[in-house]
Design a protein around this ligand. Sequence first.
Ligand SMILES: Nc1ncnc2c1ncn2[C@@H]1O[C@H](COP(=O)(O)OP(=O)(O)O)[C@@H](O)[C@H]1O
Ligand SMILES: [Mg+2]
Length: 461
Amino acid sequence: MSTRQKQRVLIIDDDNIIAWTLQEKLTKEGFEVKTVENGETALNLIREDMPDMAFVDVFLPGIGGIQILKEIVSMNEEIPVIMITGSGSVDTAVTAMKLGAYDYISKPFNLNEVAIIAKKAVESKRVSREISWKLEKEKKTHGIDNIIGKSKEIKGVLEMIQKVAQSDASTVLIEGESGTGKDLVARAIHYSSRRAGRPFMDINCTALPDTLVESELFGFEKGAFTDAKARKIGLFELADDGSALLDEIGDIPMTTQTKLLKLIESKRFKRIGGTSDIEVDVRIIAATNKNLKEEIKSGRFREDLYYRLRVIPIFIPPLRARKGDIPILANYFIDKFNQEFRKDKDIKGLSSGAEKALLSYSWPGNVRELKNVIERAIILESKDKILIEHLPIEVVEGVSPNESHDSIFALPENGISLEEVEKNLLMQAIQNAKGNQSRAAKLLGLSRYALRYRMKKFGFN
Ligand SMILES: Nc1ncnc2c1ncn2[C@@H]1O[C@H](COP(=O)(O)OP(=O)(O)O)[C@@H](O)[C@H]1O
Ligand SMILES: [Mg+2]
């Protein structure tokens, strides 16, 4: 025997024989059963102590069964209510189901079937609880509260997320450099919207070869091409009623762009090799770290698709443009990793030197890079504060690797002699100055004498 707590069933029926037969059967099956004869008593009992399940006769003197059903559903829609109807009252049964009844049994009923219905109801309640528990967890880990920052830029983004979550249908385009939180924002939109209980699907368009993007998104029919051994359901179908994040949208091939535009306009598409239209209701959230306007200019992105996607634009500024968020995020990640590592570490925060370094660095990898830097520092640090020596060299020196890479002069792979460089620049300066030696000298920060000396050296006279 299981030691699980017994499920409590309330039977509401004025027909004593029916109530008694049901009670006997369900008790045998391991339920704890109470019976009442009328609606008033039933409602009082329910308000005091909600049962796990109820059997409700539709026709009761006084307060009717449908009214009781409504009450129970409004108090807790997870409680399975099974209606007892007279034979042939299909209409009432249908009404009850629409109002949220779990099932119905018509008199005369088979007791074994009733027992099966009761057990299924318990199971379905357990499953629905599990689902709502999982959903709560998802909402907690992906909700809007996980977006940290107090800058006006981040506040603007948070406001947009809230608006977007309410306006259900529109397509969203999230623009921002890599690591600024585009993924985070997309999930927050989904989990704050009414679509939260439905799937959130994402795809990274860069990670896939061109030929695969379309079949991942739209699916295909068996035999659509040589390798199509069986039907494949695409992302849009899987995300029906939910949201689909198309990450790095700038990288989807032209033919797929056309198909995507059609889908957004008609909410319909065909699987590759398919003939019939499939209707879907998916919120599309597109993200990009490219400048799509540039992509349009160079003919790699459809302008009409751009405007369709950009019904609601959200731009997440790079971290260096909202420096005030840096210490807040750093402390947030310190807390987070403190909890995660738990190695009797309890790092209190940043030393003032470390904070200064973080503030003056340019963060080409944005929040992702900051998160990694903090994680590394916490692993290295065993005392109570993160010090400057726990930070990577590029952060301390305030020069990002990208910046140094972007320097005006790139060293050719095979090297070059300084003399060659000098000669080349000298020539350019003279050309720019149209032969005016004092101007050319100025351009190179040289005296006229020094310029002439070099011109002679390289034989420019
Ligand atoms: N405002 C923020 N608050 C908290 N964490 C953030 C924030 N922005 C980014 N992150 C974190 O930084 C990392 C990179 O974010 P992500 O959404 O993947 O960026 P993107 O998709 O723009 O490259 C993730 O771990 C994310 O949780
Ligand atoms: Mg991303």
